[in-house]
Ligand binder design. Structure first.
Ligand SMILES: CC(C)(COP(=O)(O)OP(=O)(O)OC[C@H]1O[C@@H](n2cnc3c(N)ncnc32)[C@H](O)[C@@H]1OP(=O)(O)O)[C@@H](O)C(=O)NCCC(=O)NCCS
Length: 189
């Protein structure tokens, strides 16, 4: 199997190929019994769409955890989730399916992260934060313990979040302030 290069070391180590969904269909002629896949995109809503396509096609979903990541034995990690280099997941954390956690993240104790969410590199979370589904957290954000982050919320890179964030709201800055109240794409180009 030839691998296309990807920044994610986990993918290279596991000899995953990076393909579009159509390329997967063409290559395997809809015979997916030998195929294992994860979703390799960083836009939460696109992650959900692609995950559903994989499920509908009955493609086996992998879970990729880099060997340098430290995961508490009491944490739960859903299928399709990717955890990249040097991230730590502490006790009783519950990470749902198809979540992407990039490098050097601290996922503290008792945190819940909803499906299809994306946690960018160098993020630090205090304990007991409750994240909804399809949340995006930008690079280097820090979130205080015991808050809730709603479905489809976006936390801008470098934000310092001290209070809960409602569904579909984007916050930025230190201390974080509301930028928009309606759900938006993170990657616009
Ligand atoms: C939050 C975010 C999604 C907003 O994007 P956007 O809607 O295109 O916002 P704009 O660039 O139009 O900026 C709108 C305003 O918010 C401010 N702003 C945007 N992002 C900000 C941030 N992270 N921190 C502080 N202010 C920010 C801009 O300065 C601008 O302010 P102004 O109106 O006073 O000039 C984006 O800036 C961001 O942080 N993306 C995450 C990047 C990232 O982590 N990528 C991971 C790559 S792997």
């Amino acid at each position: 199997m030839t691998s296309r290069k990807w920044g994610g070391v986990a993918a290279e180590r596991h000899l995953f190929e990076i393909l579009t969904f159509n390329e997967v269909s063409e290559k395997f002629k809809n015979n997916f019994s030998e195929v294992e896949a994860v979703v390799a995109v960083g836009e939460p809503r696109d992650r959900e769409t692609l995950y559903q396509k994989l499920k509908n096609a009955k493609i086996k979903i992998a879970t990729l955890i880099d060997k340098t990541a430290k995961i508490s034995p009491t944490a739960k990690i859903g299928e399709g989730t990717i955890i990249n280099e040097f991230s730590t997941v502490h006790s009783q954390a519950v990470i749902a399916q198809n979540v992407l956690i990039d490098t050097f993240c601290k996922i503290s104790h008792d945190i819940k992260i909803g499906s299809h969410s994306v946690i960018s590199a160098n993020v630090a979370f205090g304990g007991r934060i409750n994240f909804g589904e399809r949340v995006f957290v930008g690079m280097g954000a820090a979130l205080k313990e015991n808050i809730s982050i709603g479905n489809d919320a976006v936390i801008g890179m470098g934000s310092v979040v001290l209070k809960s964030v409602e569904n579909c709201v984007t916050v930025v800055g230190n201390p974080a302030r509301v930028l928009t109240n309606s759900a938006q794409k993170v990657f616009k180009h």
